[in-house]
Design a protein around this ligand. Structure first.
Ligand code: HEM
Length: 407
């Protein structure tokens, strides 16, 4: 298969600007469809209907770890750096998955997360304070990015002075490096990142504190519960998940509201409607467009197709969330939609561990924005907005906004 064999553009800027018509066509004509992935050669199955995505994400025949699906000689070569980055709960299956998820899950229960509310509110207030009188800003840079990233870095126990260094590192982990220069730069950044983590681990080993890093290190020191690679990889997962997800949920929600000032004003007047509205923002333009790829652990027949053992499969959550067979008027933003069984946080064993935290952050963020920045709106024409080249994410490069300054 080659690039030219791609029937659907799932990567270009036009697709990024509005992927939903492409997904609608795929659901209608090719709900389970194999075409080359990002590298232009590897064939990948793309699944776009709600019923299939939901059922396949729960089906243990589709696994995350390629080693469960392919004989060793067919596995893509892995580097020591890869091993340091992907041996976390989202990269493994079965018992390893449960063990790694259990180690951190108590930090993310709805109860623990609810206790974080005052701190999240304080961070939101601190970020908004200097903005209120300014009247305009890039909302991502000034607010949507720093809010969740400060929260997760504080939870982990990263000292505040170092927070600024994480943006480039998180980016290097996610943005595909398509040229040799970019690859070299990404490697440099990731080496810097792992050196930083190694030093942080050494500090916490010497002097544990009440933070997630110390909790993970205690598990690592206890012996067989967490290897060093798994410790690194778990940190990496939590940092990335805390950096590129809620940021874009907040930004995509503000963008959607900029088209619907009626809804914006209704939510500003009654913020108690926000939790339900946030479920709709997740469904309507969620920040994680696709689940990470799975591999068929055996030959699987599905919907008239034979998915062969070892073949990669990608579930498009944002397409499932607009499936007309599951949602009435799927292309309408309806903040009162109920029930709203969207798949924005995934499904099955890898269901988002951070969902309670993301919901809390989004609620605090939108409440603060809508009540403190009156008449919040886009300050540039919608069509000039650009999306970042992050396959699988709906991430704007910037969101220039304006609001009324009173008094
Ligand atoms: C709006 C915000 C978020 C969205 C839309 C989101 C979405 C997702 C999705 C779709 C998955 C499943 C991926 C798959 O099956 O391939 C996932 C997994 C995960 N998410 Fe989130 N996420 C968000 C925020 C967060 C936050 C703030 C954290 C915590 C720092 C977090 C931590 C995780 C973890 C640890 C997993 C892996 C769970 C496992 O493998 O068992 N997420 N997330």
């Amino acid at each position: 298969m080659a690039d030219a064999d791609r029937r659907y553009d799932l990567y270009g800027p036009d697709f990024k600007r509005d992927p939903y018509p492409t997904f609608a066509a795929m659901r209608r004509d090719d709900p389970i469809y194999q075409q080359p992935g990002l590298d232009g050669t590897t064939p990948i199955w793309f699944v776009t209907r709600y019923a299939d995505v939901e059922a396949m994400l729960r089906d243990p025949r589709f696994v995350r770890d390629a080693a469960r699906a392919l004989p060793p000689e067919k596995l893509p070569p892995s580097t020591p750096l890869d091993d340091l980055l992907i041996r976390n709960m989202l990269g493994v299956d079965g018992g390893d998955h449960r063990r790694l998820r259990d180690l951190v899950s108590q930090g993310f229960t709805p109860r623990r997360v609810a206790d974080l509310r005052p701190r999240v509110e304080a961070i939101a207030g601190m970020l908004l304070e200097p903005l209120v009188a300014r009247g305009e800003a890039d909302l991502i840079d000034a607010f949507a990015y720093p809010l969740p990233t400060i929260v997760i870095l504080e939870m982990l126990g990263v000292p505040a002075d170092d927070h600024g260094r994480f943006r480039a590192w998180a980016n290097a982990l996610l943005e595909p490096a398509m040229t040799p220069e970019k690859l070299a730069e990404a490697k440099r950044l990731l080496t810097e990142f792992t050196d930083y983590l190694r030093a942080l681990f050494a500090e916490r080993r010497a002097q544990p504190r009440d933070d997630l890093v110390s909790a993970l290190i205690t598990a690592e020191q206890a012996g067989d519960r967490l290897s060093e690679n798994e410790l690194f990889s778990t940190m990496v997962l939590l940092i990335v998940a805390g950096h590129e997800t809620t940021v874009n949920l907040i930004a995509n929600a503000v963008l959607a509201l900029s088209e619907r000032p009626d809804l914006r004003d209704a939510l500003a007047a009654d913020p108690s409607a926000l939790p339900r509205a946030i479920e709709e923002f997740l469904r309507y333009d969620g920040s994680v467009e696709r689940a990470l790829n799975r591999f068929a652990a055996e030959d699987v027949e599905w919907g008239g197709h034979l998915i062969r053992r070892g073949e990669p499969v990608i579930f498009i959550l944002s397409s499932a969330n607009r499936d007309e067979a599951r949602f009435e008027r799927p292309d309408d933003l309806d903040p009162e939609r109920a029930p709203n069984p969207h798949l924005a946080f995934g499904k099955g064993v890898h269901y988002c561990l951070g969902a309670p935290l993301a919901r809390l952050e989004a609620e605090v963020a939108l409440r603060a924005l809508l009540t403190r920045l009156p008449n919040l709106r886009l300050s540039v024409p919608h069509e000039t907005l650009r999306y970042r080249f992050l396959p699988g994410f709906r991430a704007l490069e910037a969101l220039p906004v304006r609001w009324d300054v009173r008094g």
